[in-house]
Every structure is written in structure tokens, then in C-alpha cells.
Design a binder for this molecule. Structure first.
Ligand code: SF4
Ligand code: ZN
Length: 313
């Protein structure tokens, strides 16, 4: 595989974009694309202060790196959850986040949940008996709360998270399986600010997970490879696997699934009231059945066509 721009050896081959790039051109392409998405979805401007939620994983560190390279005012927020899981998960992810911040001379805020609220996430979860033995519900709730609190208290305009396309497609898939309209109507690259809450944005929502891995590799960013030990066996990982199977057979399927959803949402096509949909119908002048097609209904038009063909032959 050769780089489309310079012909040297490709670092990544993105089948869904029919595009292969060398390391150097890939490192240009990723920020260019990110800038395009930031503008397209109206995420933020260079005058606004952005708080990036960093976990020490590849996506959030890449996001921080890209925003800084693009010249945005981006500071980091690390939330210490106190999760060990036999691999010192929180400890290691904090170490890598601090290392990245120090090496790039960036401002990093650290909130330690145990210091702040007296207990780590797993203990808080056990004490409150929420979430069937997994701390994820308490963890998600706490993270959202803390991100909002820090953004508001320290005067940030925007809160940016590193969710990639694989994350977004998996969430969308889950919400579609249950037709949870309340979530579907809120899912997207930008969640506008509401009283007391900063705007939330996902600048990486159109990048595949493997594209972010390739970016870290090309940039030499050291990140935590392990997932949180509590993520094992989660439905979202299962949905990601299913979508990857689909993607293997039909490159680009994941991206289309997400983009077509955003399009439908923007047009207001999701969950249009039945009455409203029916309001566009009129009765076909020939067969009298209701139709949304202008003039004759599709069936009558089809029949007309076959008759025309008949007379021609
Ligand atoms: Fe928190 Fe880990 Fe669950 Fe993610 S997988 S919500 S980090 S406990
Ligand atoms: Zn090249």
C-alpha cells in the first residue's frame, strides 16, 4: 500500500475512505479532518476555553493533542476513580496522563474522587447497591457530575470528550434496538449548553477507533492499552464487535449508520408524528389509494410505464 499523496509506504489504509496515507501525511490529515468537523457541527471557536476530559486512553489523549496542535485553548481534566482491578488501572492511567501533560507543557486539572468524596468509585457503588455488582452506573453518573462541576467552576465554555465513531455507533445501535427516542433525539456531536451546564462536544465522533490507535502510534503518544477492568463483558463491547463484523463485510457501514442518523435527526425525520406524516398524503387520481408521490401513486405509475413499454414493443 502506498500513500495517496506522496507514494511512499502507507502507515494506514482506510478502506471506508478508500484512502491510504504515510505517517507524515496521516499526521496532517487527522487534524485537518478534526478541524473540518469542529466547524461543520459548530463545536467551538479559538476564542473559547475548552476542557478536555482525559482518561489516559488513546482517544482522549489524541483529542487533546490534536486540539493543541490546531491552536485551540484546551486544558485537560483527569478524574481519578480509584479503580485497581489487579492492574492498577487508575494509577497507571493517571501516570500516563500526567506524563503527556508534562511533556507538552499543558494545564491538567486532577480530581480524585476518593479525596473529594471520601470513597473510591467501586466502594461508593457497593455502598449504594446500584448497578448489579458493576460500578459503571455510579461511575458514569459521578464522571458526568464532576466534568460539569469543574467546567462551570473554572469557567470553561465547552467540555470535549474523546468518543470515537465506534463508541457513537455502538450507543446508537443500542438505543435503536430499544427505540429509546429520548436518547436518540439527544445523541450527536454537540449537546448545547443549558442553565449551569457547559456545551458538550465530541470532535472525534467521525474517526474509527483504529484511526485513533494509528494516530497515537504515529505521534508516539503513550497511552493505557488496558480497558477499565469493569468494561469486560459489557453490552457496548458486544455491540462494537457486532458492528465490526458488519464493517468487515461492508467497509464504511459503521460510518454510514451514524451519518445517516445525524442527517435524519437534523431534518427532523426521527419520530415524526403519524398525523404529520399522513398530512403529506393525497389520494391517487387513478386508484384512490393514499400516496405521498406527486400525481399518480407509485403503483399506478409503474403500471403506466409497463403499458407504455407494451405498446412500444
Ligand atoms: Fe467506569 Fe470502568 Fe464502568 Fe467505564 S467501565 S463506567 S470507567 S467502571
Ligand atoms: Zn505521504
Amino acid at each position: 500500500m502506498k500513500c495517496r499523496k506522496c507514494g511512499s509506504k502507507a502507515h494506514v489504509n482506510m478502506r471506508q475512505h478508500k484512502l491510504a496515507l504515510c505517517r507524515e501525511h496521516y499526521l496532517e490529515w487527522v487534524p485537518e479532518q478534526t478541524e473540518r468537523f469542529i466547524k461543520k457541527y459548530g463545536m467551538f471557536t479559538r476564542d473559547e476555553k475548552v476542557l478536555v476530559a482525559v482518561s489516559g486512553g488513546k482517544d482522549s489523549l489524541s483529542l487533546w493533542d490534536i486540539l493543541v496542535r490546531l491552536g485551540y485553548q484546551a486544558d485537560g481534566l483527569y478524574i481519578g476513580l480509584g479503580i485497581d482491578g489487579g492492574i492498577g488501572y487508575s494509577h497507571e492511567s493517571q501516570r500516563l496522563t500526567e506524563k503527556f501533560a508534562n511533556e507538552h507543557d499543558l494545564k491538567l486539572h486532577i480530581v480524585d474522587i476518593e479525596k473529594e468524596y471520601g470513597q473510591s468509585i467501586p466502594v461508593l457503588s457497593e455502598m449504594t447497591h446500584r448497578g448489579k455488582g458493576k460500578p459503571c452506573s455510579v461511575c458514569g453518573l459521578t464522571k458526568r457530575h464532576e466534568m460539569n462541576r469543574i467546567a462551570r467552576d473554572l469557567g470553561y465554555d465547552v467540555l470535549a470528550t474523546g468518543h470515537n465513531l465506534d463508541d457513537e455507533a455502538a450507543v446508537l445501535f443500542g438505543n435503536t434496538l430499544t427505540w429509546t427516542s429520548e436518547y436518540l433525539l439527544r445523541q450527536g456531536p454537540v449537546l448545547p449548553s443549558t442553565e449551569g451546564l457547559a456545551r458538550k462536544v465530541k470532535p472525534l465522533c467521525r474517526f474509527y477507533e483504529r484511526e485513533m490507535t494509528a494516530y497515537c502510534l504515529a505521534r508516539g503518544i503513550e497511552y493505557i492499552y488496558e480497558e477499565c477492568p469493569f468494561a469486560e463483558g459489557s453490552t457496548s463491547i458486544y455491540y462494537k464487535e457486532l458492528l465490526n463484523q458488519l464493517e468487515n463485510v461492508r467497509p464504511g457501514a459503521k460510518l454510514i449508520f451514524y451519518l445517516k442518523f445525524l442527517e435524519a435527526r437534523r431534518r427532523g425525520d426521527l419520530f415524526v408524528e403519524q398525523n404529520e406524516a399522513q398530512a403529506h398524503l393525497h389520494s391517487c387520481p387513478k386508484c384512490r389509494q393514499p400516496t405521498s408521490a406527486p400525481g399518480l401513486c407509485s403503483f399506478c405509475r409503474l403500471m403506466e410505464k409497463t403499458q407504455q413499454l407494451d405498446t412500444v414493443s
